[in-house]
Design a protein around this ligand. Structure first.
Ligand code: ARG
Length: 455
């Protein structure tokens, strides 16, 4: 092609404004590539040295904020090559040998994801630890704090508050695990695939991959330059982690309302109203809920770009980056905010326990008491259901009815605490089961940390 696109089009086609975030990764990729060209004898040692030292200088310019982009720099990759050539002269014109921006840009993006998604995963594990601490503070013994467990937002059965916190923790631990799995598939070098077909030059993509610390090398050059599975998968992990944060957020909105009164936010994690002086708003919890809109949107955006795209590279693929960057940024901030919010909140054991015991909340415990004495469950369910209906929602009256029909031992269960203490089957909500769960939870977090290479 004799000339580049018309200057007025650059605003439409350029990606430097956002892919400048990849400078570190592009330079790492270029170093490995140029070293490979030297090792294969394609470039002279003196050329390799000149390019590497120019790359060092460019890295320095980016790190100190003194890099000056040219108006014609379409993306960070062209910008760096231009600058290297300005610095190194003729050797700079040799650095792109055997390479295309198609394998170059996706190499940089994989390196970026490899670093950033790991960081997100570790911060998610940090939040898991915070939830573990909350569980410990709530207590897993017989005197542990209790809270109503809900189904359909109706009080269903009392559970240990620790059990409730850990439930969120397990979900988030799966997010970290999922990210670790995506990191394995991300850890594949596409460098050496060229524009789409590899090269006639004696490149050694396997050695280049090793130089970059990649765990594997591409197997098919067409696939290497067009595969953005790792972007879509990352976005899914981030959207699901954000979804889990939104569920915590929603509960904190409910729990801090005067209707529930279960929790009070620390002032640093709440905001006042611009008009109503008495208000203390759970804005962080609401944003944890609301940010999921963009996280899901980013996933859908990338899947939509990929859908129906013919092999191999198409410029559409440049649209992979902004959604990814946005989701990573968003989840990083959201995890930190939710971590701070839950870690500094205070919880009202009184309000929770008032809501969690008495009334008919332990009806199933009475039914199970009958089952333990030989009554078929369906019949026991019918008996207790009838008594609950007769009591018309009045806990004291229910106690009288149960006492009259089934005896004092059954009536004593209605408070709910006894049933909770005895709910000890694997994974259940009572003290001994939650203590065992807490041990497994700690082991899992340790294993995840180790898997992510964090000690
Ligand atoms: N900036 C582009 C991207 O991020 C890389 C350049 C693609 N190559 C090309 N032939 N236009 O996808």
């Amino acid at each position: 092609m004799a000339s580049g696109p018309d200057e007025s089009l650059l605003a439409f086609t350029e990606s430097f404004s956002f892919d400048v975030r990849l400078w570190r990764d592009d330079i790492a990729g270029s170093r490995a590539h140029v070293e490979g060209l030297g090792a294969s004898g394609i470039l002279r040692g003196s050329d390799v040295a000149a390019i590497l030292s120019a790359l060092d200088r460019v890295a320095d310019e980016f790190a100190t904020g003194s890099f000056v982009p040219a108006p014609t720099d379409e993306d960070v990759h062209t910008a760096i090559e231009r600058r290297v050539t300005e610095i190194a002269g003729e050797p700079g014109a040799r650095m792109h040998t055997g390479r295309s921006r198609n394998d170059q840009c996706v190499t940089a993006l994989r390196l970026w994801v490899r670093r950033e998604l790991r960081e997100v995963a570790l911060s998610v594990i940090g939040l898991c630890h915070a939830l573990g601490r909350l569980a410990d503070e709530a207590g897993t013994g017989e005197d542990g704090a209790i809270v109503p467990g809900y189904t359909h937002v109706q009080r269903a059965q009392p559970v240990l508050l620790a059990h409730h916190f850990l439930a969120h923790g397990w979900a988030l631990s799966r997010d970290a695990e999922r990210m670790a799995e995506v990191l394995v598939r991300t850890d594949v070098s596409p460098l050496g695939a060229g524009a789409l077909a590899g090269s006639t030059l004696p490149l050694d993509p396997v050695a280049t991959a090793a130089r970059l610390g990649f765990g594997a090398t591409f197997d098919n050059s067409l696939d290497a330059v067009s595969d953005r599975d790792f972007v879509a998968e990352s976005l899914f992990c981030l959207a699901l982690a954000g979804t889990h944060l939104s569920r915590i957020g929603e509960e904190f909105v409910l729990w801090t309302s005067s209707e529930f009164g279960f929790a009070v936010l620390d002032d640093r994690y709440a905001t006042g109203s611009s008009m109503l002086p008495q208000k203390k708003n759970a804005d962080i919890a609401e944003l944890a809920r609301g940010k999921v809109g963009r996280l899901v949107g980013n996933l859908v955006a990338v899947l939509t770009v990929l859908k129906g795209l013919p092999l191999a590279y198409n410029r559409d693929l440049q649209e992979d980056k902004e959604p990814l960057f946005d989701s990573v940024d968003t989840v990083k901030l959201a995890v930190r905010a939710v971590d701070g919010m839950v870690s500094t909140a205070s919880f009202s054991r009184e309000a929770m326990s008032r809501a969690a015991v008495g009334g008919s909340i332990a009806a199933v415990d009475v039914a199970e008491w009958l089952v333990a004495r030989g009554t078929p469950f369906r019949d026991a369910h019918a008996v207790v259901g009838r008594l609950v209906r007769e009591s018309a929602g009045d806990g004291a009256r229910l106690a009288v009815l149960v006492d009259a029909e089934l005896g004092a031992e059954a009536a004593a269960l209605l408070d709910g605490r006894q049933g909770l203490l005895r709910r000890s089957s694997h994974g259940a909500s009572g003290p001994s089961a939650v203590q065992a769960q807490r041990v497994r939870y700690a082991e899992r977090l340790g294993a995840l940390r180790q898997r992510l290479g964090d000690r």
